[in-house]
Write a protein that binds this ligand. Structure first.
Ligand code: PLP
Length: 395
């Protein structure tokens, strides 16, 4: 008989009772160091006092009014995002896929508003933009799309990191290019800063809008508020989610005034998008990430973690082939023939939670608030997991 929960997920057999900072405590009392952060979501760890207070205070005042009315928490969140980024305007969503949908619609509507017939959107192979039909059409391949019927027309994918292929594809007929500055689900694959700068130039030359999907790489995860800042360029449109809500469902589509030209009253909407609860939490997350020294601290800890992971790779060359990523968005690329699921499971048995990704990679995504001691404890547990795997392989 089918599970009452539609069986679309392969779940690990653990249930958690509660979370405390970087730790998750299972119902049987086992304490796990959470180096997955709910797939880069719980940016400030579990039950962060400032987020609990923001949510409780808002819960006592008003939960939902709809976008028929002014929502001060939504406006304040949008204002802070505008102050902190390239954007002039923000549409608030409930998830990453919705943020991407809004981004794609904003790009297409821009060209319709200018009266030019430009609909084509270029993306990169191995991308992940979410699970709606629009988002899987953008990604364009594999298990994401199999069996889901005809994809939306007007999307083209080019090989990862190949600027010549991008040049050969983007033209003055292209509506927009959407890329993840660091591919997350695809296996922690960062696009080089020079590639991103070239892409910005190419979009400027052809008029195509440049969109970034920073759903996974954004909100301080790479040690910058947004990953693209490291390349010294800005997009026209950007999708964010995950970390911004710190665990509360929240996302957003950010755009310049020019790129948002077509998004006039009645063109887009969402019943829950930008509701007071989500925005109160999002604002608290953003204030914390923007607070003095927070991102410096992320960069410092990220250096320590990267170095320790490189040490693990040296100590376990039979399992780890490479360590890559930026900030606290890191990946262990495993040797051929070792499935990421194996290390994720061995890690779980050793008391550290990690996340599998494409390209034979295990993601290491601790909360941005992880301490030096917790990094040490996580490395120790990963070391134990890797040793257990080696022993099992040798047996
Ligand atoms: N874009 C990127 C880069 C992601 O990593 C994800 C989720 O993993 C999404 C979009 C989709 O976000 P959501 O699952 O919140 O719809």
């Amino acid at each position: 008989m089918i599970s009452p929960v539609m069986p679309t997920y392969a779940r690990a057999p653990i249930e958690f009772d509660r979370g405390e900072g970087s730790w998750l405590i299972a119902t049987d009392g086992t304490r796990y160091l959470d180096f997955g952060a709910g797939i880069a979501v719980t940016a400030l760890g579990h039950a962060h006092p400032k987020l609990v207070t923001a949510l409780e205070n808002q819960a006592r005042r008003v939960w939902h009014v709809s976008n028929l009315y002014e929502i001060p928490e939504q406006r304040r969140l949008a204002e802070r995002l505008v102050e902190a980024t390239f954007a002039d305007t923000v549409f608030v969503t409930n998830s990453g896929a919705e943020a991407m949908e809004c981004s794609i619609k904003t790009a297409r509507k821009y060209w319709s508003a200018t009266g030019e017939d430009r609909v084509e959107i270029v993306t990169i192979e191995g991308a992940f933009h979410g699970r709606t039909i629009g988002a899987i059409s953008a990604a364009g391949a594999g298990k994401l799309v199999d069996g889901f019927g005809p994809m939306l027309p007007g999307f083209r994918q080019v090989p990862f990191g190949d600027i010549e292929a991008m040049r050969a594809t983007v033209s003055d007929r292209t509506a927009a290019v959407f890329v993840e500055p660091v591919q997350g689900e695809g296996g922690i694959r960062p696009l080089e800063a020079e590639y991103l700068r070239e892409l910005r130039r190419l979009c400027d030359e052809t008029g195509a809008l440049l969109g970034f999907d920073e759903v996974q790489s954004g909100m301080g995860r790479t040690g910058h508020l947004f990953a693209h800042e490291a390349a010294g360029i800005t997009p026209d449109i950007m999708a964010i989610a995950k970390g911004i809500g710190g665990g509360f469902p929240l996302g957003a589509c950010l755009a310049t005034e020019e790129a948002a030209r077509g998004m006039t009253p009645g063109t887009h909407g969402s019943t829950y998008g930008g509701n007071p609860l989500a925005c109160a939490v999002g604002l608290a997350v953003l204030e914390e990430v923007l607070s003095e020294g927070f991102l410096d601290d992320v960069r410092r800890k990220a250096g320590r973690l990267m170095q320790s992971l490189a040490g693990l790779a040296d100590a376990h060359p039979g399992v780890i082939a490479d360590v890559r990523g930026a900030g606290l968005l890191l990946g262990l690329k495993l040797v051929d023939g070792t499935a990421p699921g194996k290390l994720v499971e061995a890690g779980r048995e050793a008391g550290v939670l990690t996340v599998p990704a494409g390209d034979n990679v295990v993601r290491i995504l601790p909360p941005l608030t992880v301490t030096e001691d917790e990094i040490g404890a996580g490395i120790e547990r990963l070391d134990r997991a890797l040793t257990a795997m080696e022993r099992e392989a040798a047996a």
